[in-house]
Design a protein. Structure first.
Length: 229
């Protein structure tokens, strides 16, 4: 390569310009590559969120909870009906929020005695663990003890606002969270069960502590969600 003299200004400028353009081109290619990888990763995360599966233990807990809960007298007129399940599960953060609300005001509950299995520091630690929690999408195959039909949350919301005839055919409607494991013998589940009777009304809505005793999951304590109606 010929040596470039400082006096050859046009040639020097051309060389510098070429190197700058090559650098810019390389930088743009690098940015585009990372952008594509990021988009693919985000897409995969979304697909993982939708397609993720419950563990066998989670399926057992959910179905044992439903067996116990739906056998109560308050649901007797709905027992033989198909249950509509909001496809997008309540986040497990909801369970933690309900527990925290009750823990904060535990001295005001009087006769209501709950199990306080997490203190303030443990609550904060659980919050951090759930910061990036994804929404789980229920599948009909998750439910072994009831007949179900999936209902998108957006459609549910539109039905409430429109008050169409279709909504009166949907009862009851179940809004449920995945189990939030505290340890191998204690989990929280948040749920809301409601029906349309002129307007949408909730039959029950709170968080329950399911405890494993003699290899069976039973309802142990209930935590109000702060919405009293």
């Amino acid at each position: 390569m010929a040596r470039v003299r400082l006096t050859d200004k046009p040639l020097l400028v051309n060389l510098v310009t070429k190197y700058i353009m090559k650098y810019i081109l390389l930088l743009l290619i690098t940015i585009a590559t990372f952008s594509c990888k990021s988009q693919i990763k985000n897409k995969n995360n979304i697909e993982t969120s939708i397609n993720q599966e419950l563990s066998n233990e989670e399926i057992t807990i959910i179905n044992e909870f439903l067996t116990i809960e739906l056998d109560k007298d308050r649901y007797k007129e709905y027992k033989k009906l198909e249950i509509f399940v909001i496809e997008e599960a309540l986040k497990k953060q909801k369970s933690l929020s309900d527990y925290e609300f009750n823990f904060k005001y535990k001295n005001s509950w009087g006769k209501f005695i709950n199990e306080w299995i997490l203190d303030s520091l443990q609550i904060d630690q659980k919050k951090k663990e759930l910061e990036n929690e994804e929404v789980y999408h229920w599948k009909e195959s998750d439910f072994k003890v009831i007949k179900t039909k999936m209902l998108k949350y957006e459609k549910f919301r539109k039905l409430i606002n429109s008050r169409s005839k279709e909504m009166f055919q949907m009862k009851p409607i179940l809004y449920l969270s995945k189990p939030l494991f505290i340890n191998d013998k204690n989990v929280f589940i948040s749920f809301e069960i409601g029906t349309f009777q002129g307007v949408y009304g909730s039959l029950e809505h709170f968080t329950v502590l399911m405890r494993k005793i003699n290899n069976k999951w039973i309802q142990n304590s209930f935590y109000e969600d702060g919405v009293f109606n």
